[in-house]
Design a protein around this ligand. Structure first.
Ligand SMILES: C[S@@+](CC[C@H](N)C(=O)[O-])C[C@H]1O[C@@H](n2cnc3c(N)ncnc32)[C@H](O)[C@@H]1O
Length: 226
């Protein structure tokens, strides 16, 4: 039988339960578009640009945006892959998908497909040239499994990037980590996770960059076998 300490440690590691996450993002769906820039303290554009630059997109490629939310990466991705490229957005929360569906139809983007599903159980029939996941590795309960599923859906030689908020390891800002924790907690995010460490062991040509005193990271790499 597990001790209460073990149970507590496990639940911290797993973060929020999926049902609570769904409830939080159901409430946030309509305000996500204007709340996100505030939450990211002026770093949103840079974070997204770097995450997308890291996957080396080319015209006509296929891209998976995992836990796509309201599709805030979509314009940047479409700029790179063009109208002949193919973009698939997957998210668990139906209310977030309602928002992104409206956005897709408003912009008349015709090369986007949206799918409701759990990143940790991702099972699509095709592989992608590139896959990214922004601001969600800290949220997805079984993020380690989600990382494995991302790699399984990547073509050999394809690029993957994950980027998110994290606790800073820089001594001079560490006293402010509690603010990051608090903001993360309100967004159902466990920002103590470091999935980039695992990613670097699974890919080739891995890279890691930080933003804003180390409170954000962008990690990327290329699937072996090309
Ligand atoms: C902070 S938002 C990030 C959204 C988007 N990637 C962005 O950069 O704006 C986290 C997203 O993760 C989604 N999510 C949570 N658990 C998930 C899961 N198991 N599978 C897929 N998406 C999930 C939520 O619905 C929410 O849209």
């Amino acid at each position: 039988m597990k001790t209460s300490f073990e149970i507590r440690r496990e639940s911290t590691k797993m973060g929020f339960e999926q049902s609570s996450i769904r409830k939080i993002y159901r409430q946030w769906a309509k305000t996500y578009e204007w709340l996100t820039p505030i939450y990211l303290l002026g770093n949103e554009a840079k974070l997204r640009q770097k995450a997308i630059r890291a996957i080396n997109l080319q015209p006509n490629q296929s891209v998976l945006d995992l836990a796509c939310g309201t599709g805030r990466n979509f314009p940047l991705i479409l700029d790179q892959i063009g109208p002949q490229g193919r973009l698939i957005g997957v998210d668990y929360t139906p209310e977030m998908l309602i928002q992104v569906r409206e956005k897709v139809s408003r912009h008349q983007w015709s090369n986007i497909q949206l799918i409701q599903g759990d990143a940790a159980n991702l099972q699509l029939e095709y592989q992608f040239d590139a896959i990214l996941c922004t601001l969600a590795m800290s949220v997805i309960p079984n993020y380690e499994r989600a990382l494995e599923r991302m790699l399984a859906h990547l073509k050999p030689g394809g690029w993957i990037s994950i980027s998110d908020a994290q606790l800073s390891s820089r001594w001079y800002v560490r006293p402010f980590n509690w603010i990051g924790n608090l903001m993360g907690w309100s967004a159902a995010a466990d920002i103590s996770r470091t999935p980039w460490k695992r990613l670097s062991t699974l890919v080739e040509n891995s890279s890691y960059q930080e933003l804003f005193f180390g409170f954000f990271y962008i990690a990327s790499g290329q699937k072996a076998g090309f």
